[in-house]
Design a protein. Sequence first.
Length: 282
Amino acid sequence: MTEIAAMKLNTGKLMPQLGFGTYKLTPDNATEVVLEALKIGYRHIDTAQMYGNEREVGIAIKESGIPREEIFLTTKLNNGNHRPDDARRTFEESLEKLGTDYVDMFLMHWPLPKLYDGDFVTTYKVMEEFAIDKRARAIGVSNFEPHHLVPILREATIVPATNQIELHPYLRNKATSEFCRNQGIVITAWSPLGRGRQFEDPTIVEIAQRIGASPAQVILAWHLQHGNIAIPKASSVERQRENFESANVTLSSADMEAIDTLDKGEAGRTGKHPDEMNLIPN
């Protein structure tokens, strides 16, 4: 039986190291897909207000029959909801949609330094209210660079529990990762498989063939052995199971080092740089 290790957060709570991402799951298929993931064994589900599938994720959790306390549930504040009253209102709406009275993690999805007069600290202080009243068992950020984290650490009371960033072999995001770890902030990798662009990389393929694993499993094992939390998404049951079983894969130190050398820096980024993201949904 596959067992998923957990990372200890600065709150003392354990966060499963391998989670299930729901980005791009639509209301039409989200409930079915998340239910399958829970049947396979995932106990960490990641969603967001931006994804538009919180209600369906909540239905899947309820229909699974798994006790709520056994599932680590994350959602995120949408970009249009940073003003204090909007953050409070939409957080309550998220809880209602998810069918729960608490989430295990609530994140600010983007810092948006070009919007809201560059003031993400006030938004984060509102999120601290949710942690204080226990409706969010932990709070954190997503897509924050070190220079975004500095004012949070200086002015806020609660140190973010995690920073969810784009991270994969082609973008190790090393400076941000090291800064966070030095502050006791756990790293969660979104797009941990680099949107599949590394599946044909000769280094990844050679390791996969030699140890009898798939390229995706090699990459996820690399994340797990580096101490990252990874939240790959997958619609098919076969791919969900393949990703889940990456927890059984062990890489040698030489394999880890070989994958480390694939880092392309900013050239490997597939999404927006946090300083450039200024999207507010209509």
